[in-house]
Design a protein around this ligand. Structure first.
Ligand code: SF4
Ligand code: SF4
Ligand code: SF4
Length: 167
C-alpha cells in the first residue's frame, strides 16, 4: 500500500467503511481506488445499466435498478484492470423490515423472480411471513431487488455480515 493510499484511507475512515458494491471483478477496495481511473467504461459497457458513479466518481453497482447477469462486459471494458476476471461475487440478498410480508401484506414478488430458488417464506403469527434467504444458494444477482414494490431487498458482503451495502 502506498503512502498516498494509506493517508487517503485514513482520512476517509477507509479501514472501517462498509463494503461498497463495485462492479464484478473489482480489486480489493484500497487497490481498486488506486487503480480505477474513473473513466466510466464499465458503466457504458454494462448492458443492464446498473453501474453508476458514487460521490467520488468511482463506479458502483445498484441492483435496485436491475440484475447483474455476470456477463463480464464491465470486466472486459476495464483497461486499467481495476476489474479482473475470475473474481467471485461476494454479495448476498436479504430483506429489511420494510418487507410487505413482514407487515402482513401478501407479497411473494422476490421469490417469483429468483431463478436460484434461494428465497423461502417462514410463516409468522398474525398472518405475517418472512422471506428467508439461503446464502449458499443466493448468487447475489439482484433479480429480486428491482421488482420489490417497497425496495426492501438489501445486499450484504459476505466478509461483513452485519454491514449493508449502499445498494
Ligand atoms: S457483469 Fe455484466 S450485468 Fe453485471 S455489472 Fe458487469 S456489465 Fe453489468
Ligand atoms: S418482494 Fe419485497 S415486499 Fe415482497 S416479499 Fe420480497 S422483500 Fe418483501
Ligand atoms: S440475489 Fe438473485 S439469487 Fe439471491 S435471492 Fe435475489 S434473485 Fe435469488
Amino acid at each position: 500500500m502506498s503512502h498516498q493510499t494509506s493517508r487517503r484511507h485514513f482520512l476517509r475512515g477507509g479501514f472501517n467503511r462498509p463494503a461498497v458494491m463495485r462492479p464484478l471483478g473489482a480489486l480489493a477496495p484500497m487497490t481498486f481506488e488506486d487503480t480505477c481511473t474513473k473513466c466510466g467504461d464499465c458503466a457504458r459497457a454494462c448492458p443492464e445499466g446498473i453501474i453508476f458513479r458514487d460521490d467520488e466518481g468511482f463506479p458502483v453497482v445498484n441492483l435496485r435498478r436491475g440484475e447483474c447477469t455476470f456477463c463480464n462486459a464491465c470486466v472486459e471494458a476495464c483497461e486499467p484492470a481495476a476489474l479482473v476476471a475470475g473474481t467471485t461475487w461476494d454479495w448476498r440478498a436479504g430483506a429489511t423490515d420494510q418487507c410487505l410480508s413482514k407487515t402482513g401484506v401478501q407479497c411473494r414478488t422476490c421469490e417469483d423472480h429468483c431463478d436460484a430458488r434461494a428465497i423461502r417464506f417462514k410463516l409468522l403469527v398474525g398472518g405475517r411471513s418472512e422471506p428467508v434467504f439461503d446464502r449458499d444458494a443466493c448468487t447475489g444477482c439482484g433479480a429480486c431487488a428491482a421488482p420489490c414494490p417497497v425496495n426492501a431487498i438489501h445486499f450484504t458482503h459476505i466478509s461483513q455480515p452485519q454491514e449493508d451495502s449502499t445498494c
